[in-house]
Design a protein around this ligand. Structure first.
Ligand SMILES: C[S@@+](CC[C@H](N)C(=O)[O-])C[C@H]1O[C@@H](n2cnc3c(N)ncnc32)[C@H](O)[C@@H]1O
Length: 379
């Protein structure tokens, strides 16, 4: 590529081999480690026509019967796994969120918005900024400043647009409130949809402890599936308020469930001392967080969490432990889980390995995109 110094961020460039063959075309970026995000494997234009065809193909991969029924929250574009490097698009009913990994992608944003409007006719399109790697504990605050309405009409009060504005989506018939104006984390993690689907028939009559519960997707699932008791824990009262609102949306708020706005490790220690035991403990912690009792890091602390969870399991109890931290390899995840089980003196065996659903595909050429580690373990 000649004359790289003169390039502008977002400029379309061709990749040309030494023998003159055109290898592809993409957007030049000067902000990060990636010089060119390649959007096509020939020398053709990177324009709205290309975006329309890529979006159409991505939507067909999902809507050709692959998504479960009664589900209105799903990922339409999963970056380079859908041949659209740097772009993510999520669907929340009539609303879409668009996330760009790099400022160079801004050059393509008008084409993306125009193509999305033509293909989906959404009520509104929101910008979702990815959070910094060391996100604060109240993740619901997200990277709010960088978010906002890009197109369409949200229909809410002007003051609501950035934060509180909520729309209802469904996952296999269950109802959840999501806030597209919050950006990266609107309040439902669709990449765990298949894990929830696998758990659903296992939950009747179980005592469930849902740690790091966020807006309570697993708690709602457990209550709706006939769990005997659901204890929901999150450091953020704001997250718990939303979890309780999600219970109410599904007419599940009359059951005797418990809500604890506390540190998960503190709660686990108290429950152990009280002799409380659970048939299913769900531990899906963030990669990092800052809390009043210090920082949490999944790489440093996961084994302590696993050990503490083991100590409140009933004799036939199960532990679901998950991490979406891309920096934690499957091998290191396995090592930390084993270390925790040894520390607690509770031998565990792997019963099920959860994976991301069909709308989070992983290109074989991009193994780093297989970020989810999710194990269901039993004694
Ligand atoms: C990535 S979300 C977890 C996703 C969740 N399991 C779900 O199903 O949606 C992380 C959540 O952990 C909470 N959190 C972070 N540190 C915590 C801690 N030490 N104890 C309890 N909750 C914590 C955050 O407030 C946030 O709601």
């Amino acid at each position: 590529m000649a004359g790289a110094d003169a390039r502008r961020s977002g400029e379309v460039v061709q990749i040309i081999a030494g023998d003159g063959a055109v290898l592809g075309a993409g957007l030049w970026g000067d902000a990060g480690k990636i010089a060119v995000r390649i959007w096509r494997r020939d020398g053709g234009p990177v324009d709205e026509t290309l975006v329309v065809s890529l979006l159409t193909a991505a939507r067909e991969r999902r809507l050709g019967g692959a998504l479960p029924p009664e589900t209105s929250a799903w990922r339409w574009v999963h970056g380079e796994n859908d041949d659209m490097p740097g772009l993510r698009v999520d669907v929340w009913g009539e609303h879409l969120t668009v996330s760009l990994a790099d400022p160079s992608l801004d050059a393509l944003l008008p084409s993306v918005l125009s193509a999305l409007q033509a293909l989906a006719r959404p009520q509104a399109i929101w910008r979702a900024q990815r959070p910094p790697a060391d996100g604060a504990v109240d993740e619901l605050e997200g990277a709010r400043d960088a978010c906002g309405l890009l197109a369409g009409d949200a229909g809410g009060e002007p003051g609501q647009l950035q934060g509180e504005f909520e729309v209802e989506v469904r996952e296999r018939g269950l109802r959840f409130g999501v806030r597209p104006g919050l950006g990266h984390d609107v309040g439902l993690f669709c990449d765990m949809r298949d894990v929830r689907a696998w758990l659903q028939p296992q939950l009747a009559g179980r005592r469930v402890l849902n740690l790091f519960a966020h807006t309570g997707a697993f708690s709602v699932l457990a209550a709706a599936s006939g769990a005997a008791r659901v204890v929901t824990v999150d450091l953020s009262q704001r997250a718990l308020d939303r979890a309780q609102a999600n219970m109410a949306r599904n007419q599940l708020d009359s059951a005797p469930h418990a809500w604890l706005a506390e540190d998960s490790l503190v709660v686990l220690d108290r429950l152990r001392r009280q002799g409380q035991r659970f048939d299913l403990v769900i531990a899906d912690p963030p990669s990092f967080s800052h809390g009043p009792r210090g920082d949490w890091s999944v790489e440093r602390d996961l084994h302590r969490l696993v050990a503490a969870c083991c100590r409140v399991l009933s004799p036939a109890g199960w532990l679901l432990v998950a991490s979406n931290h891309g920096g934690l390899s499957p091998k290191d995840f396995a090592g930390l889980v084993l270390k925790g089980s040894l520390k607690a003196g509770v031998p565990l065996r792997l019963l099920h390995e959860g994976s991301t659903p069909v709308d989070f595909p992983a290109a074989l050429s991009f193994p780093e995109s297989r970020y989810l580690k999710c194990w269901v373990l039993g004694r």
